[in-house]
Design a protein around this ligand. Structure first.
Ligand code: NAD
Length: 501
């Protein structure tokens, strides 16, 4: 019997009452393993009320006490790493080692958030005027919410609630309805770590729950990560309702390969970054751009056997390079992109569509696919595929190659491979993409830097985590204070704007 999830509101499990449920599959076997309640607006209101009630007490705790809860939480997640990774893999399909990486990258944001006493320190100017000091402080917003995608069910919720809660806000997480098990466990562990009830709530659901967040008058800010069309909708609707919104979207990440690059390293990196987690990463490399046709021939020749020999297996297989895709529907979508690529005239060097795994015929597996001679006019180049499909788009010159990521609708990540420091430096400076790797395939910034793409990869101006995350979840207040010296003269009324003349 499939188990039935609940919501997690005000420190306890709350059964879904909307009467609507979604299925959670085990992508490795195709079985339904759980049911998830899909919240109504009324259920979301219940969570907002709990978070609002918890806010005054939580925000009044001194930042060091809030940091101690984050320290405890980090230890608890580490102690539960194996169980969390097993749950994550069972719902998502990524291999266990990769699930641990997903959790670890989230924990790195928690480590960053443990420094919140330092991060919230304001600025101070002594003697800004006669007897006048000026100082600024950062204060939490109140109730804030995060809406997260299926592909990083541990890391992305922690990107958001780690910083938000440490800064003194209370939080509602609306995880992906495809794999909400880990976010639910993380909320329980936050309570165990000492966060009061209502500080972190998880409300499961779909569009109805998202719309309830976007229109709720008591939610001050919304963080979103997911596909671009929804990100744009979330940004437009949330800001129209007076909220601060950061909404990260889809991606098409290019790797530019110059003729002087270390080709062995390039091939290793493209295989890992293109096919790891079945390509279901917003920072996956999906387009390789070799500069010169001769390099294109050599790259295609070397990649082909490596793609053919990828080991695709259940998420529990320790030798698997990657596991199944998340759902049958998503698998069908990736297959339709491969069909389309063939129709458009790209050269399919490796076709993963026929792949099956004995004993796991109902799992959502797809072999690795490799396209060559992909051009910017093709739909499969213009859109995000989000599967184990790497496309080679050849270029004749550095300029032609460098223009591709800059002109693309998405601008999340990009990589350049070269031994030429000047070319790499110029590329990093000019490219219209938010995160750049130089001889690094997946340039995901560490927690104390900040994560965010450009163009249709992100809507809103403030990035995730790092100093920008702290800015997103706080508002600044600046105080000008005058303490006239005893016996000093009064200045009388002034009808002129005060200046520092
Ligand atoms: P998705 O857009 O389908 O879902 C994301 C969230 O939006 C989920 O919580 C979902 O319940 C909700 N949602 C879905 N449809 C909705 C609708 N019509 N109205 C309102 N809410 C809706 O994305 P996904 O398939 O879960 O995740 C994969 C996508 O996320 C890819 O496009 C990937 O590139 C992107 N992604 C981006 C980043 C980044 O930082 N830029 C990181 C990870 C994933």
């Amino acid at each position: 019997m499939a188990r039935t999830y609940t919501h997690f509101i005000n420190g306890k499990a709350v059964a879904g009452s909307s009467g609507r449920f979604g299925d959670i599959y085990n992508p490795s076997t195709g079985e339904v393993q759980a049911k998830v309640p899909l919240a109504s607006t009324a259920e979301m209101r219940q969570a907002v009320a709990a978070a609002a009630a918890a806010f005054p007490g939580w925000s009044a705790q001194n930042p060091q006490k809030r940091a101690r809860v984050m320290f405890n939480f980090k230890s608890l997640v580490e102690a539960n790493m194996d169980q969390l990774a097993a749950l994550l893999s069972a719902e998502h399909g990524k291999v266990i080692a990769d699930s641990k990486g997903d959790i670890q990258r989230g924990l790195e944001v928690i480590e960053f958030a443990c420094g919140i006493p330092h991060l919230l320190k304001g600025e101070f100017t002594e003697g800004a005027g006669p007897g006048i000091d000026m100082y600024s402080m950062r204060q939490p917003l109140g109730v804030v919410a995060g809406i997260t995608p299926f592909n990083f069910p541990a890391m992305i919720p922690m990107w958001m609630f780690g910083v938000a809660i440490a800064a003194g806000n209370t939080f509602i997480c609306k995880p992906s309805e495809k794999d909400p098990g880990v976010p639910m466990r993380l909320a329980e562990l936050m309570m165990e770590a000492g966060a009061p009830a209502g500080v972190l709530n998880v409300v499961n659901g779909d569009k109805e729950a998202v719309d309830a967040i976007l229109t709720d008058p008591d939610i001050r800010a919304v963080s979103f990560v997911g596909s671009s069309a929804i990100a744009e909708y979330v940004y437009a609707t949330g800001t129209a309702h007076g909220k601060r919104v950061q909404a990260m979207g889809g991606a098409k990440n290019h790797a530019i390969i110059l003729p002087d690059a270390d080709l062995d390293q390039v091939v290793d990196d493209l295989i890992g970054a293109g096919y790891g987690s079945a390509g279901e990463r917003c920072m996956a490399i999906s387009v390789a751009v070799p500069v010169t046709n001769a390099l294109g021939d050599e790259l295609a020749k070397r990649l082909k056997p490596r793609v053919e020999s990828l080991k695709v297996a259940p998420s529990t297989d320790p030798d698997a390079n990657y596991g199944p895709l998340v759902t049958a529907q998503h698998r069908a979508k990736v297959v339709s992109y491969i069909d389309q690529g063939v129709k458009e005239g790209a050269e399919l060097l490796v076709d993963g569509r026929g792949f099956t795994l004995q004993g796991y015929e109902n799992g959502y597996y797809l072999g690795g696919s490799l396209f060559d001679r992909v051009t910017p006019q093709m739909k499969t180049y213009q859109e995000e595929i989000f599967g184990p499909v790497l496309q080679i788009a050849r270029a004749e010159s550095f300029e032609e190659a460098a223009a591709l990521p800059s002109r693309h609708q998405y601008g999340n990540g990009v990589a350049i491979y070269t031994r030429d420091g000047d070319a790499a430096r110029e590329f990093a400076s000019r490219v219209q993409v938010g995160m750049v790797g130089i001889n690094v395939p997946i340039p995901v910034p560490l927690a104390y830097h900040t994560f965010g793409g450009w163009k249709r990869s992100a809507f809103g101006d403030v990035n995730q985590h790092g100093p920008e995350g702290v800015r997103f979840y706080t508002k600044v207040k600046t105080v000008t204070a005058r303490w006239p010296a005893k016996g000093g003269s009064r200045e009388g009324s002034s009808f002129v704007i005060p200046t520092m003349k």
